[in-house]
Design a protein around this ligand. Structure first.
Ligand SMILES: Nc1ncnc2c1ncn2[C@@H]1O[C@H](COP(=O)(O)OP(=O)(O)OP(=O)(O)O)[C@@H](O)[C@H]1O
Ligand SMILES: [Mg+2]
Length: 492
């Protein structure tokens, strides 16, 4: 056996020696021919193509987005197929990824692909100040006949899916603009906290039809990148939410942001000093975001003027106290927002608004009739959604959320009372919420029924009082009319 091995070794050594000689003295064109021939032979024997995607790329060794998108794309396949996995923990959860040299397969439209995680380990010690590190990369292998499909379709599919997974997984943020205290470094800048509002469409109490319509609208919007590009419209959508306080406008905004997995930019318009500052804020808004301006009626110039007029009247009547008040007011006035309606309209759909598309802009108001029609016209605010008092369907959602009740004997009684009163979902929720640790759902329902009965009674009393006042006014009005008539007659 040892003889065979030594014979084999010496044969190999002589072949290598011969090859080195041939390579050295062979004419170049002949060598090129052999290279081409060996490549053709390799193609014939191994029809598979490989693509490598390195973890770090570029001269600054930035972590590659493509690598992390592939990592996300392969995560579920790794969980199902890989025998060796690596666990890393993020803020919220534990993530499992395939270990080095593991291999998984994927399939799209009947074509099979193989992915493996490899690394290049440096052979020598680096002289650089930075220690030489391993270069990790994903290797994609596929049959050469699918080359076109891979470059045109498959890689796009992998990257899109991978990015979508990382968008859904990422820690979302709630941004707000500077606190308006005049610090120059805050002007036109956003500060943020982690967005963790738990509201979802399942927990929002509203008419099921309306809810379905909103979900469909948002889904269509989210999947319409190409459509918006085709019709030449910036990829954004405007929502106007209106209704009395406590009907769920802010809750719905959180549900929308959670549904779309977008960040939220909550603009405090009164803290924005000028249109230019508003534009700066707009430029700082990333794509995939919900931009919110709450109580838009209170932020607009019109309302501000009305308030200013009132305070001036008060000052006039207050005398000396009024002077002190006036001085304080003047100090405040210097810092008053100069954002105009046209500045706001530009913010919504001016040329700058098209940068970083994929945005939903939401305005909320308690008084829709106060708003300038230019601001809320269709095209700017594409969808007007009224959030109203709690109906029976809304109540059922709240009963499920707060008491885990699907049905109960007292539901019919509550249905009747809700129809006869104007109760906000916030009030219903407050009454349904158990007040002590393990409060019986029966008691919570009883509390709600009592509250509804009280509100019904109050409403009846109010109507009666209004009727009384109207009768008194009518009778005194008649007297005035007669007086007027007498005066007019006497003048004649
Ligand atoms: N439609 C709803 N579905 C579920 N919960 C609701 C709903 N409406 C109100 N609530 C409850 O009432 C609270 C107040 O609601 P929310 O802040 O969304 O009302 P709003 O319409 O934004 O009021 P405002 O006009 O005063 O800003 C919420 O924290 C939530 O618990
Ligand atoms: Mg609100």
């Amino acid at each position: 056996m040892s003889e065979i091995w030594s014979l084999f070794g010496s044969k190999i050594a002589s072949i290598l020696f011969m090859w080195a000689m041939i390579e050295r003295y062979m004419p170049r064109h002949f060598r090129n021919f052999i290279d081409r021939f060996s490549q053709q032979l390799d193609k014939l024997l191994n029809p598979y193509v490989e693509i490598k995607f390195f973890e770090y790329s570029g001269s600054y060794m930035r972590s590659s987005d493509t690598f992390s998108a592939i990592e996300n794309y392969l995560s579920s396949k790794s969980m199902a197929q890989a025998r060796k996995l690596k666990g890393t923990s993020t803020r919220n959860s534990l993530v499992l990824k395939m270990d080095d040299y593991e291999e998984v397969t994927d399939e799209l439209k009947g074509i099979k692909f193989s992915w493996s995680l490899r690394k290049i380990v440096p052979m020598e010690k680096s002289l650089s100040v930075y220690p030489a590190s391993e270069k990790r990369f994903y290797r994609l292998t596929f049959h050469g006949r699918h080359r076109r499909f891979v470059t045109k379709t498959y890689l796009k599919h992998v990257l899109d899916e991978g990015k979508a997974i990382s968008m859904a997984k990422r820690q979302r943020k709630l941004y707000t603009n500077g606190n308006g205290d005049g610090y120059s470094d805050k002007i036109g800048k956003w500060s943020h906290v982690i967005f963790e509002h738990p509201a979802t469409f399942e927990t929002v109490a509203m008419d099921p039809e309306k809810k379905k319509e909103i979900i469909e609208d948002l889904t269509t919007f989210k999947n319409s990148k190409e459509y918006y590009a085709k019709i030449g419209k910036p990829w954004k959508r405007g929502y106007l939410l209106f209704g009395p306080p406590g009907t769920g406008k802010s809750t719905l905004i959180a549900a929308i942001a959670n549904f779309l997995s977008y960040d939220v930019y909550d603009i405090e318009l009164t803290a924005v000093m000028s249109n230019a500052e508003l534009r700066k804020l707009l430029i700082g808004i990333a794509s995939k975001s919900v931009v919110v301006i709450e109580d838009i009626d209170c932020s607009l110039e019109l309302t501000g003027q009305r308030k200013a007029e009132t305070s001036e009247k008060e000052e006039a009547s207050d005398g000396a106290v009024g002077v002190v008040k006036k001085q304080a007011e003047e100090g405040k006035k210097e810092k008053k927002s100069q954002v105009t309606l046209s500045g706001l309209l530009n913010f919504i759909d001016g040329i700058w608004s098209a940068s970083n598309g994929e945005r939903v802009i939401i305005f909320t108001t308690n008084y829709v009739e106060k708003l300038d029609q230019a601001l809320v016209r269709r095209g700017r605010m594409d969808k007007h959604i009224e959030l109203s008092y709690c109906g029976f369907e809304g109540f059922k959602v709240l009963a499920r959320n707060y008491l885990s009740l699907e049905s109960h004997d007292r539901f019919e009684e509550i249905r009747g009372l809700l129809e006869e009163t104007k109760t906000t979902p916030a009030d219903v929720a407050e009454n349904l919420m158990p007040k002590v640790g393990n409060e019986d759902p029966e008691r919570c329902l009883e509390r709600l029924i009592q509250a509804l009965k009280n509100s019904k009674e109050e409403a009846t009393k109010k109507i009666e009082k209004e009727k009384e006042t109207a009768t008194i006014e009518e009778s005194s009005g008649e007297g005035e009319d007669t007086e007027d008539a007498v005066k007019t007659c006497s003048r004649v």
